[in-house]
Structure formats: structure tokens, C-alpha cells
Design a binder for this molecule. Sequence first.
Ligand code: CDP
Ligand code: CDP
Length: 205
Amino acid sequence: MPFCVAIDGPAAAGKGTVARAVASEFDLAYLDTGLLYRATGAKTYEGLSPIDAAQSLTADDLARDDLRSGDAGQAASRVAAIPEVRAALVDFQRAFARRSGGAVLDGRDIGTVICPEAEVKLYITATDEVRARRRHAELIASGEDVSVEEVLENLRERDERDSARAAAPLIPADDAMVIDTSDMTIDEAVKIVAQIVSQAMAARV
Ligand code: CDP
Ligand code: CDP
């Protein structure tokens, strides 16, 4: 079984930032699984049903430039609650998690559903307020005119929907290590995760 790092957690906790840095440091492939749900949600704006959208997803759909908006996040979380949508996306993610060179995936159900046998399972979190401030800064930088309060409400609504759904809910795997990055800089969070990955790699040889 190739090496797999599974990173889950609520919205804007810093999962992707840490995942990308660790993948690059250890030369592992990286998949942002949230993008699959964001692209599926965005395709429904064009009139496709969520299931048809998920089943017809292409690389071009993942490269759309409107996927990082608050609305795309909400659309993602709505389609992500539909079991048939999740089923349409599962094989691609499971195959990616088992790439021969090893992989890092981040999302909501990586340690619980996509790669339950991952050597490293992390649940990265931060307080609601910290996460809202971080995402707000990103959205403002990308030109979206939105207040911190609106971002906070958007994140909370999404986290609640993601945690309450029956299909692959957002929940730490029993054997996941929980890392609260509320008081950490990006460098500090990356360093801690890199140490965990390095130890896990050393333990398997
Ligand atoms: O992937 P996820 O939605 O969990 O979060 P992200 O997109 O990686 O991070 C959200 C924002 O928080 C980014 O702008 C990061 O630069 C910033 N941030 C962070 O990720 N970690 C910290 N310790 C501090 C800030
Ligand atoms: O970056 P952020 O954490 O805000 O969101 P994301 O990771 O891009 O995910 C967007 C939405 O997709 C989430 O709110 C979930 O509803 C859904 N998602 C999921 O259900 N399962 C995953 N493995 C990844 C994302």
C-alpha cells in the first residue's frame, strides 16, 4: 500500500495550505477533494442535476475560476450531501490516494471513507472566528466584496450541513490526530505536520 496522508477538517482551517506544503516537501501527489464538490456544485448553475454534474466532471471543470467563491462553497456543500454524488466521485479519489508514489488528500472524509488505512490521519481545525478571518482575507484579495460576519455565517452553515449529513459526515476518524491551528502561523502548522509525516515514513521502512 503506497504512503497516504489524509487531512480532514472544517472549512478554512488551513488543510489545503498544510497539505500542499507537505506534498511538495516529501514529493507526494496532492489532491484538493473539495474542488470536486465545488466544480460539481458550479455545474448545477448551468442546469445540470447534481448527479449528472458529478458523473460528467472533467479536468476543465476543475480549472474554472469561480470555484473559490463563498457561493461555490455553499453549492459544494449542498451537492456533497447527496449520496449518489459522493458515489460518483469516490473511485477517482480512492485511486488517487493509492498512487504508487504516495499522496496527500484533503477534504472531509479522507480518513474515514477515502483512505481509512492512511499512515497519517490528521484533523486540522481552528476556532470559527479565526477561520472566518482567514477566509475573509482570501476572498477580499480575490475581489469578493464580503464582510467577516457574512463569511463566518457561511462557514458555520456549511460546517453544520457537512457534520449533520448521513453520507460521509465531517467527523474526525477515531485514529486521527487533531491539530488546532488557531494560534499557529502557517510555518508552525507546516512544521508540525512535516514532523508527523517524516516519523510515519521512517516507521514504515
Ligand atoms: O483548505 P482549507 O479550507 O482548510 O484552508 P486553506 O485554504 O488552506 O487556508 C485558509 C487561509 O488561512 C489561507 O489563506 C491560509 O494562508 C491561511 N492560514 C492558514 O492556512 N494556516 C495558518 N496557520 C494561518 C493562516
Ligand atoms: O476550502 P474549504 O474547507 O472551505 O472547502 P472545500 O474543502 O473546498 O470543500 C467545499 C465543500 O465540499 C465542503 O463544505 C463539503 O461540503 C464538501 N466536501 C466534502 O463533502 N467532502 C470532501 N472530501 C471535500 C469537500
